[in-house]
Write a protein that binds this ligand. Sequence first.
Ligand SMILES: *[C@@H]1O[C@H](CO)[C@@H](O)[C@H](O)[C@H]1NC(C)=O
Ligand SMILES: *[C@@H]1O[C@H](CO)[C@@H](O)[C@H](O)[C@H]1NC(C)=O
Ligand SMILES: *[C@@H]1O[C@H](CO)[C@@H](O)[C@H](O)[C@H]1NC(C)=O
Length: 795
Amino acid sequence: MANMRSFFVWILIFKTCYSLCFPAENDVVINNSSCSLSTVPKNLPSHTHILDLSQNNITEIHIQDFASLHWLKSLNLSSNKISNLARGFLRSNQELECLDLSNNELSSIECHFLHNVTSLKYLDISDNSFLSLTLGKAFRFLKDLEYLGLGSRKTIKLQKNDLKEVSGKQLQEVSIGLKTLSEFDPGTLQVLRTTKLHIVLPSTNKTGLLETVLRDAFNSSDTLKLSNIECYQECSQYINSFKTLGKFSRVSNLLLQDLTLEDWKDLISIAKHIWVSTIKSLSISDMTLRKITYASFECLETTLKTFTLRRIKITTFYFAQSIVYNFFGSIMVENLTISNSGLIFMTCPKEGNIYKFMDFSDNSFNSDFLFQDCRFLNLLDTLILQQNKLGQLFRVSTMTRYMKSLKHLDVSQNQLTLEENSNCLWTNSLTKLNLSSNKLTDLVFTCLPSRLEILDVQKNDIYSVPKELNSLDRLKELYLGANKLANLPDCSNFRNLEILFVEANSFHEPSSSSLQSCQRLTMLNAASNPFTCTCHLRDFSRMKENTHIEMIGWPESYQCAYPDNLKGTLLKDFHLSEVTCSTTLLLVIVLGGMIVLTIVIGLMCHFLDLPWYFRMTWQWTQTKRRAMKTDTHLLTEKLAYHAFVSYSQHDSSWVKEQLLPNLEERGSPLRICLHERNFIPGKGIIENIINCIEKSYKSIFVLSPNFIQSEWCHYELYFAQHQVLSEQSDNLILVMLESIPQYLIPSKYYKLKSLMAKKTYLEWPKDKNKQRLFWANLQAAIGISLTAPTEEVFV
Ligand SMILES: *[C@@H]1O[C@H](CO)[C@@H](O)[C@H](O)[C@H]1NC(C)=O
Ligand SMILES: *[C@@H]1O[C@H](CO)[C@@H](O)[C@H](O)[C@H]1NC(C)=O
Ligand SMILES: *[C@@H]1O[C@H](CO)[C@@H](O)[C@H](O)[C@H]1NC(C)=O
């Protein structure tokens, strides 16, 4: 219970320190650390929140130095040469929460400036040149203080009332550097109310001093960290001090740091005292041992649950490894951590051990024999062998064989490989396996414990997840990131998968359909793959919108890598229309379009008589072209009329009311020859007709059923056509006033028939709107400029 509590307190301390001294998201941070500054820079931005001036050569702080920084929350002046602080130098910085003045040359610990910064939570003034550690009255006003760092490098005494000013405060951590301590009044530390106390122990062998300090420390906090433990030759002072632990201690977590011990034997002596105290967790880090000699260590009853060793250095090469292994094999703790200590092997612990948690990360284990056939680790729940040199996955599997409680195994960051046809033998209890950062291939899927719930095989050499393998029905989380997968795996063998990580692989066009077998998937990380943004990727790029699956890293880590013109585009912004991607749809649209167009054209022809317009326009352009080609100059000399009009008497009303007005009166008037109007008296009709035809540029025949009936008209047509043949000029214009059914044309008029078949004729439109185009066409057909006036010729 107490252990739990201290664990939370640790978290709390960590969190506060973190939030205090590390930037939040929108804080303005100025980092001028290690810039060889000798004064505080001028013109710092006035909205600065966090200012780091540590590790410079600043000797003095002036009153104006921070006067403009009203929002300053954290100020780091550590590791400078400051000996002088202007009184009131923080008077404008009431927001200050974190102040680090450690490792400077301050000589007075009065700290008047604290009056101005009463919201301070973190204050470090350790490692200065104080002559005493008698805290000034100003400390009393720090109502929110959580962390206090004290200490001096001058020889000091610690006296009864030195820490009185903070004695009423519930602090989280106090760190006191007492390396240079010369005298100590017992009880001085006990006035502190702090969850964690860190003491840098004196480097002196003055009789009794260490014992009094330690006895005080053991009774001052729940978590105690002691550093600077130096006993080369003679360790009895420490050993004796730890003896008092059993009687006085309030400590449940003991951390020993920076130890230099002469002999393994000394460690065992200290350990024995700790074992019989009330301490629940012991952590030793950064220890140097010079010698390993045997000392017996019986299985003692203990409250100790957790034993942690980190960064242990043994400076002798020749020693009996068994001494060390025997010790670890026989201690009765639940939690054992030995990390970063160059360990190459560990023997199977003795029967009756109660290990539940073992962490041997960052050592040099490389043996195939590690814990093989070890039948006494049957309480073990968690085994961490991260960052060692293990080589064979098959061996790792057989190692676990008898660990019937093992749930979690971490063998990440080793050099594991697996040969084909290895017959892996895992313990059945394993639910979480971490194989990340090894050299495993696709074969790894043939060597997995069957009840796995979480599998991490990130950073290996996996190219695909084989389909034919024993299914892992309980697997919920699969981490496959940073491999060489060419495709998204499907879930046919992991039907209950909830979390899938496949980031940083090599797939270009994952298809979301492969995830269809993953019915229970709730989270997917497929970020940082070289996506090829083409039609195939469309479904995948819309997965975020179309499913409830949470996509880790979306949208910023999902970018097109190909094609080049889309490189760097977010998948979120990559859109291709339905049409571009579906051939069927494209066909439907093209065909549909054509059908619609045909219908529209059909309708237009039907209702608007488009063909008629086309025909007229075509004729008009043809005429224009012909007119350009003919040498009109030659022609015009003997011509008197633009056109001769031949028509049946029955159509004369149309000729007089429509044709003549439109040709002779509108626009540029044309001269028309009508045989009844322009007849030269005294000449026969035939002669007159011929004359009229000869003097006209064109001959217009108004065709209608009436025309067929008229003999005369036929003559006229005959002559005119004759002239066409003789002069090689195309001067017949047929105007179809009313359509003539073929059967109405008598067979003797075969000429007219063939003419009508050969020659295109102008149709007279009944629709008024169309008539203008008709006239324009007709005018264009006969419109040339004539020089000779009619009168001269005929009169
Ligand atoms: C101040 O800077 C020093 C050296 O850069 C660093 O070790 C220390 O942690 C910093 N202090 C705080 C409170 O961040
Ligand atoms: C053992 O250590 C692990 C990991 O540090 C922790 O989660 C667990 O609570 C510890 N167990 C005991 C009994 O202290
Ligand atoms: C596996 O171990 C690595 C460190 O080697 C760690 O980063 C990762 O989070 C672990 N995986 C799981 C699923 O805990």
